[in-house]
Ligand binder design. Structure first.
Ligand SMILES: Cc1cc2nc3c(=O)[nH]c(=O)nc-3n(C[C@H](O)[C@H](O)[C@H](O)COP(=O)(O)O)c2cc1C
Length: 177
């Protein structure tokens, strides 16, 4: 069985960059959650808000290696109105029940993951083994890179199976001055 699969959903480019960097650094496979109906312009943004507020599960498809063949998945997604982006909730709800271990990486304008971990834990039925939350600005200026590397290294060091979830805790870059 393979090791780790990084799966991302991205609207604006930030989460894609984080997911690619993590997969490249650690030599992990990469997959992507893609929406059946792309979110363009103001109507798309409005739909982001409505999907979040109404806790809707928009239709998505997955492009990448079959997750069941991996020991763990790392989900990378943006925060929308304090929640994990709706397409990632859709994907987790449809495909995630068989995941043995998962970790959560979020990107947001505040660097806060808000309800994301709790929402995914409720959908998947167990806690993530690790979480990291990145500020969009720190991804753009590259200052998040050492933290991402540390997070990936910690995840890579966790053996399987884990008797108890081994929380890495939330790792956040120090606020920029
Ligand atoms: C509809 C929408 C809602 C958002 N809500 C929040 C929020 O509640 N808190 C926050 O910090 N950032 C929020 N953001 C900012 C995004 O989380 C942030 O820009 C993220 O890095 C975008 O990731 P992406 O480029 O991978 O799509 C929101 C962005 C959008 C489009």
């Amino acid at each position: 069985m393979n090791d780790t699969l990084v799966i991302f959903y991205c609207l604006g480019g930030t989460s894609r960059e984080v997911a690619h960097a993590l997969a490249d650094e650690q030599g992990w496979a990469l997959g992507q959650v893609v929406e059946a109906k792309p979110r363009g312009g103001w109507p798309g943004l409005l739909r982001c808000a409505l999907d979040t507020l109404r806790q809707r599960l928009p239709p998505v498809r997955y492009e990448g290696p079959e997750p069941a063949g991996f020991q763990r998945v790392v989900l990378v997604a943006p925060i929308w109105l304090g929640s994990v982006a709706a397409p990632m909730r859709s994907f987790a709800a449809s495909a995630g029940r068989s995941w043995r271990q998962y970790a959560v990486v979020t990107t947001s304008a505040t660097g806060e993951s808000s309800r994301a971990e709790a929402e995914l834990a409720a959908i998947l039925g167990h806690e993530p083994i690790g979480c990291a939350a990145f500020h969009t600005r720190h991804v753009t200026d590259g200052s998040y890179a050492p933290v991402l590397q540390e997070f990936g290294g910690l995840l890579a060091g966790i053996g399987y199976p884990v008797a108890r979830p081994q929380a890495l805790g939330a790792i956040k870059p120090a606020p920029a001055g």
